[in-house]
Design a protein around this ligand. Structure first.
Ligand code: NAD
Ligand code: ZN
Length: 368
């Protein structure tokens, strides 16, 4: 497969179907691509204070070239901008830019910008066309495809949101070169997750491509993103609103979210998912629901990507147990755990006891 070709994955959702395009430099063609789907006099790009200075001019130039009156709104970088306050400011900007029913709202950035912009697109005028130009591994592998949009609430992350699918997703792989190494690696946790839950060959592909992936080799990156989008698209197409299958995407997230909260969001989401997957793998091994060798393979792979595989010693197991019960995916008071009995397969279990969680956490907690 050539590195420079544009890869295209379709997300099949009936009348809400859309394409995900992956390739180097494709942000230059955003204007034409959007024009075909959303003819309107004007368009707005929403970006953050890190991504805007790097890529907003490129996106705006392409949109103007395609005939749009293009506006740009920049929010401060960081998950703190995923708020109702920031959404309100964006509504003001939409009004000032006279964004109307057909005008596209284009998210240019990582998962934060995508979730916030998607939420505003879902609610402004009861819905305007939404386009994702995702610029992080986390967003490309996970957030940009699937239509979950949200802002945070003081009571918890992502509590105010909507299912709202984009019309188009554009992943310009060249933008990944400016991503901080820590963010780049963190996003790889979700890729390992996709391999673990859906595709054993893809899991093994990671093991044999650690170096080219970490070296940002274009062909390896394109392969990685394409396969992840295919996996996410298939799960979302089967269960758009998380009535069933989509829950498997939460593998590693129940304990991961608890760690994320106890670390006061100082760790990247993917880092928390990495330790969450290791912990739940240990739990599964103890319950006879996963082979010890597979749990070890997963730990070794995450470590090779420079991801944490131990829960910091200062986090109490009791606090993690308590927080797993507050996960928004708790059904009727029971925490549902996604387990991977074999790579590529999942089982959902709601018979995991506090003692199981405590033991698993103790097992993967750093010594000091
Ligand atoms: N909707 C979903 O299904 C879904 C799935 C997973 C995660 N998320 C959400 O995504 C967010 C995390 O995503 P993220 O890790 O992309 O975070 P992010 O958007 O905050 O980006 C991480 C950092 O990288 C910077 N950045 C982004 N692209 C860059 C680039 N190309 N070059 C240089 N810097 C760049 C950002 O400014 C930020 O500082 C969270 O809010 C999470 O809840 C949503
Ligand atoms: Zn995640």
């Amino acid at each position: 497969m050539s590195a420079s070709e544009i890869r295209e994955v379709r997300v099949e959702l009936g009348e809400r179907s859309y394409s995900v395009r992956i390739g180097p430099g494709i942000l230059d063609g955003i204007g034409e691509a959007v024009r075909t789907l959303c003819p309107a006099p004007n368009a707005a790009v929403v970006t953050d204070s890190n991504v805007g200075p790097l890529y907003a001019d490129q996106a705006l130039a392409s949109l103007r070239q395609a005939g749009y009156e293009a506006h740009c709104v920049t929010v401060p970088a960081g998950d703190g901008s995923k708020s109702l306050d920031q959404a309100a400011k964006l509504y003001d900007a939409m009004a000032a830019a006279r964004i109307e029913r057909r005008s596209p709202l284009i998210a240019l950035g990582g998962g934060m910008v995508g979730d916030l912009t998607g939420f505003v697109a879902a609610t402004w005028l009861r819905g305007v066309p939404f386009v994702q130009c995702s610029t992080t591994i986390e967003a490309n592998v996970d957030a940009a495809t699937g239509g979950k949009t949200a802002v945070n609430h003081p009571a918890g992350k992502n509590l105010v949101g909507a299912f709202y699918q984009p019309r188009l997703v554009v992943m310009d792989t060249s933008t990944l070169d400016t991503l901080e190494d820590r963010d780049f690696r963190a996003g790889l946790a979700e890729s390992v997750k996709h391999g673990a839950i859906r595709d054993t060959a893809f899991f093994a592909w990671h093991e044999s491509h650690v170096e080219p992936i970490l070296a940002h080799e274009p062909a390896a990156l394109a392969d990685l993103l394409e396969r992840n989008v295919q996996i996410k698209a298939a799960v979302v197409a089967a269960d758009e609103r998380e009535a069933g299958l989509r829950a498997i995407l939460n593998f590693g997230h129940t304990i991961g979210h608890a760690v994320e909260s106890l670390m006061h969001y100082e760790w990247r989401h993917g880092e928390c998912v990495a330790v969450g997957m290791v912990a739940v793998a240990r739990l599964a091994v103890r319950r006879g629901l996963m082979a010890d060798a597979d749990a070890e393979r997963m730990t070794t792979l995450l470590r090779a990507f420079g991801l944490p595989t131990e829960i910091p010693a200062r986090l109490a197991a009791e606090d993690i147990v308590r927080l797993t019960k507050m996960d928004k995916k708790v059904a009727a008071g029971r925490v549902r755990f996604v387990l991977v009995p074999r790579f590529g397969e999942t089982v959902l279990r709601d018979d995991i006891t506090d003692a199981d969680i405590r033991t698993a956490v103790e097992e993967v907690r750093a010594a000091s």
